[in-house]
Design a protein around this ligand. Structure first.
Ligand code: BG6
Length: 300
């Protein structure tokens, strides 16, 4: 059965391989598991709340309409919680839209928001999330429509938590020469490392990355993932390491940061301005395996 709808989640199975499936919670339309040929690809905290009481710690939470917390108190997103509301409201399951690749859609609009959130962000909008699974690829496409009569501004981010054996063996490539904002020291600089490696807390926003660049996550010389982006100019790279993981109640086990890395494509270094009656869309495709592809020193 390619699509199975349960009360709180949807299970989407690859039409050609029953050992490859996604589990998508209706809460936040959060993918909490990508089981690929019998192996789990996403990291999910053992203490993650899956009952709708808190955004899920792990999987792929969706960040909209604000990344982090808005610093400008006069901005319409100022009253919203960190990372907005898409990850902590129930989305409507819209059903299966394609058999091959197995594809489903979820929708979120003002009618799904809890009254408190609605009062904090009173714009009219529709979000349509399309998720497909096929062989070695997971595809997520988001369309944001402004259905109201005034423009609004937003950020979008696919907050993807990858499961890895040991973070100190992991490299992330093809971000050299990209401007990044290091959230830990609040400074902006040009990335000089041909590959990123991880030995302490890491929290950087890489900005305006040419779409031709494929970010790769590499483990002991082997490509785990190729991250293809459409209309998503930025990418956040994050690992909380010891102290930050210790401070998060829903992060378990406490040394679980060894087994995860977040590489999160989005549009967060500026806000998308969406005029009335207009649509915007962006997508990420995660492709497993392949060769190391070095795209360093490519100046567009
Ligand atoms: C990352 C941010 O995207 O999300 C980090 O860059 C943040 O600064 C992390 O700590 C987790 O955020 P949250 O709200 O899920 O704890």
């Amino acid at each position: 059965m390619p699509v199975e709808e349960l009360e709180d989640r949807v299970i989407l199975t690859d039409a050609n391989d029953s050992s490859t499936k996604l589990t998508i919670l209706k809460f936040g339309a959060t993918i909490i598991s990508w089981h690929h040929k019998g192996q789990e690809k996403l990291w999910l905290s053992q203490a993650a709340k899956l009952d709708g009481s808190k955004a899920v710690r792990g999987g792929i939470p969706l960040v909209f309409p604000i990344f982090g917390k808005q610093k400008d108190a006069s901005h319409p997103t100022a009253k919203l919680p960190q990372h907005g509301f898409a990850r902590n409201n129930y989305w409507e399951f819209l059903g299966q839209t394609k058999e091959t690749p197995s594809t489903v859609q979820f929708g979120l609009g003002p009618e799904q928001l809890d009254p408190d959130t609605r009062s904090k962000w009173p714009f009219d909008f529709t979000l349509i999330l399309t998720i497909s699974i096929s062989q070695d690829k997971l595809h997520q496409h988001i369309e944001v429509e402004n259905t109201g009569s005034t423009p609004f501004e937003f950020n979008w981010l696919f907050h993807t938590y990858y499961r890895v054996d040991d973070i100190t063996d992991v490299l992330v490539n093809n971000l050299v020469d990209i401007t990044c904002f290091d959230q830990l020291i609040a400074e902006q600089y040009t990335e000089k490392s041909p590959v990123l490696s991880f030995h302490e807390e890491f929290d950087r926003i890489y900005k305006n990355i040419n779409q031709n660049r494929t970010i790769q996550i590499i483990d002991k010389g082997k490509v785990l993932y190729n991250l293809h982006r459409t209309n998503l100019q930025d990418s956040v790279v994050w690992n909380p390491w010891t102290a930050k993981a210790a401070g998060m109640a829903d992060f378990e086990p406490k040394d679980g940061f060894h087994n995860m890395v977040c590489v999160e494509p989005g549009h967060v270094s500026s806000m998308v301005v969406l005029p009335a009656k207009q649509k915007w869309s962006g997508a990420q495709e995660i492709e497993i395996g392949g060769e190391i592809k070095v795209q360093a020193n490519i100046f567009e």
